[in-house]
Design a protein around this ligand. Structure first.
Ligand SMILES: *[C@@H]1O[C@H](CO)[C@@H](O)[C@H](O)[C@H]1NC(C)=O
Ligand SMILES: *[C@@H]1O[C@H](CO)[C@@H](O)[C@H](O)[C@H]1NC(C)=O
Length: 371
């Protein structure tokens, strides 16, 4: 079954962990869910019934659910970024592998944007995930293999990389295996973070772990959060990859998400408590499983090995600093971190060749990795 989705996450932690109350009356809870669904699912101009079992609604771009967010009351819609991305296109042309385009045949009419319809099941799952956000560090069952750049080269205004896509097998409903890049600001306990990439899980979700993602403003008519990836890389075979970038608009300060050279949309600056710039950027993978259960594989399920058809990789990795230009990373600038190197590896390869630029690899088989 195809279950890899485009992923975007946004996290604003205040120090206090969210608490979910479990003792509510069931009927009351059900009514509450219905009420939330009514707010989330706007009246569609057109609905697309995908052959993957979910519905995509075409919503008036000015009436999308993001604008219900209390912090976006006076938000002015930004239709396209004020900056021109240049790295994406040239990199794809140079890339030795085929770019993975995730296009829907049936598109939304002009003036509307595709929004995956939220179901009651989605809300129930999201609720149970709120206490266990994969992006917070200290959660039992979460494992990490990542490369990051500390504040040394910052402040940062963007991060880029081209990522090959896999479909790591998850064996339980509550497991996740993801590959992503991110920008982050502030100390761990009060971090603001945006991550984007792909993830594999055993059920259909909206591609968003956090209710606060409702502040994401969808702009693309073509690609939306939670889009299914239509093909995968194979071990030793063709690698399917797409370029991902998160870039702060120098004029509006909104954080734009670009995937496969399409501006998907942005997180408005107003959503964040401390994100005028980023003091950390990075690339890598995370897995999550319930405490005391075996971890799912990460990436391709294979450890880094310096080749470009076995492990999961990011090529053309770079960041943007004050001058809003793209930079690669020097040989000693990157920090690698794996919390269980017997389960998941990570390697920063530095500059390899023009065809792949600065690169890194990560992943592994998982298994009994402790908590
Ligand atoms: C905001 O982030 C900066 C790092 O860029 C940090 O030094 C500062 O403490 C953060 N402020 C708050 C209120 O968390
Ligand atoms: C998936 O990619 C492989 C390798 O490029 C290709 O041979 C195959 O036809 C693709 N499958 C689909 C469904 O696009």
């Amino acid at each position: 079954m195809i279950n890899t989705l485009l992923l975007v996450m946004c996290l604003v932690t205040s120090g206090a962990r969210h608490k979910v109350h479990g003792t509510q009356n069931v009927l009351q809870e059900d009514l509450e869910l219905e009420r939330q669904l009514e707010l989330l699912n706007k009246p569609p101009i057109k609905s697309i019934h995908t052959n993957l079992g979910y519905i995509v609604d075409c919503i008036d771009i000015n009436k999308q659910p993001a604008f219900d967010h209390p912090l976006l009351k006076n938000h002015k819609l930004q239709r396209k970024p004020s900056f021109q991305k240049s790295i994406g296109k040239t990199s794809v042309k140079k890339s030795p592998t085929r770019p993975l385009l995730v296009l829907q045949k049936d598109q939304c009419p002009t003036g509307t944007v595709p929004i995956r319809r939220t179901t009651k099941d989605d809300l129930i799952r999201e609720k149970s995930f709120l206490n266990y956000h994969i992006m917070t560090q200290d959660i039992p069952g979460v494992h990490i293999a990542e490369v990051s750049l500390s504040s040394l080269y910052g402040p940062y205004y963007g991060v880029i990389g081209s990522n090959n896509v896999f479909n790591p097998r998850v064996s339980r409903k509550d497991q996740v295996s993801s590959s992503h890049l991110w920008v982050q600001n502030g100390p761990v306990e009060a971090a603001n973070k945006i991550a984007a990439g792909w993830h594999s899980d055993n059920f259909e979700r909206t591609g968003c772990y956090n209710i606060r993602c409702s502040g994401f403003v969808q702009i693309s008519k073509v690609n939306y959060l939670g889009t299914h990836v239509n093909n995968y890389s194979t071990y030793g075979g063709t690698q399917l990859e797409f370029i991902i970038s998160i870039t702060q608009d120098p004029v509006t300060k909104n954080w734009w998400l670009n995937m496969a050279n399409i501006n998907i949309g942005y997180f408005p600056a107003a959503l964040f408590s401390n994100m005028t710039s980023a003091d950390q950027v990075g690339w890598g993978g995370r897995t999550r499983t319930p405490p005391n259960t075996p971890s799912p594989p990460m990436g391709s399920g294979h450890f880094p090995d310096h080749t470009f058809h076995h492990a999961c990789y990011f090529t053309f990795v770079s960041f943007q600093n004050e001058a809003t230009r793209n930079y690669g990373i020097g040989p000693h600038g990157a920090q690698t971190f794996s919390d269980r190197s017997d389960c998941f590896g990570v390697r920063y390869l530095g500059y390899i060749a023009e065809e792949v630029g600065y690169s890194l690899q990560f992943g592994g088989p998982g298994g009994s990795c402790g908590n």
